[in-house]
Design a protein around this ligand. Structure first.
Ligand SMILES: Nc1ncnc2c1ncn2[C@@H]1O[C@H](COP(=O)(O)OP(=O)(O)OP(=O)(O)O)[C@@H](O)[C@H]1O
Ligand SMILES: Nc1nc2c(ncn2[C@@H]2O[C@H](COP(=O)(O)O)[C@@H](O)[C@H]2O)c(=O)[nH]1
Length: 197
């Protein structure tokens, strides 16, 4: 499903980077932080998820997501091709397993940007993964960001905010919390956690 470092020499297991999972409520700024970080450090590999959600303007298949039908998602799940998957606010999302494992085996730092349910599944299946929670400076600021992005209808925003309450309550389950006040600062902190700088 994705470009992978096939043929790359595998690094010994004890020298492989830890898989990093970035999670946090919708609209907190995960994609913004990751985009900023990867501009300066493209060597961090971001997994491209499969989703049944329709593309937003400007989103490209294979770059932002693999946009799949419900039937295609059913098959990915049934064939065990996803490392984790979840239903979030009316759509399904999942992480293609093979590309993640191949990059880790090649010694590439790998980042997943996924929801709480997915983070919990990764914690179960990959005990060595580090889980990072991105928190908003305040509830009001989260609402402002999600609404201000202008990509969702009021009904979808309401569903995402409902999920956000559950996600914020789960913060203690994570190894580390970063508060997204400054995109530049959080990107730096995330790189440090991934041992990239
Ligand atoms: N530190 C920040 N200060 C102010 N605005 C921010 C900050 N970080 C992100 N934003 C803005 O917040 C909005 C939501 O950001 P983004 O789309 O990155 O969130 P997300 O967590 O990836 O959301 P989702 O989970 O729905 O994909 C965007 O309009 C973005 O520009
Ligand atoms: N469990 C998973 N969650 C994922 C995955 N890819 C993205 N996401 C999360 O879904 C919500 C909504 O994303 P959006 O692009 O529709 O705004 C957000 O929290 C993402 O982090 C995945 O593969 N698995």
């Amino acid at each position: 499903m994705a470009a992978t470092p096939r043929g790359a020499t595998p690094v010994p297991p004890d020298e492989r980077p830890r898989l990093t999972v970035l999670s946090g409520p919708s609209g907190v700024g995960k994609s913004t932080v990751v985009g900023h970080m990867r501009k300066e450090h493209p060597e961090v590999w971001l997994s491209v998820s499969a989703t049944t959600r329709k593309p937003r303007p400007g989103e490209q298949h294979g770059v932002h997501y693999f946009f799949v039908t419900d039937e295609e998602m059913d098959k990915l799940i049934a064939n065990g091709e996803l490392l984790e998957w979840a239903e979030f606010a009316g759509n399904r999302y999942g992480t293609p397993r093979a590309a993640v494992l191949e990059h880790l085996e090649a010694g590439v730092p790998v980042l997943l940007e996924i929801d709480l349910q997915g983070a919990r599944q990764v914690q179960e299946s990959m005990a060595d993964a580090q889980l990072v929670f991105l928190a908003p400076p305040s509830w009001e600021e989260l609402v402002r960001r999600l609404t201000g992005r202008g990509t969702e209808s009021p009904e979808v925003i309401e569903r995402r905010l409902e999920a956000a309450r559950t996600e914020l309550a789960a913060e203690p389950e994570f190894d580390t919390t970063l508060v997204n006040t400054s995109v530049e600062e959080v990107a730096r902190e995330l790189l440090a956690l991934m041992n990239v700088v």
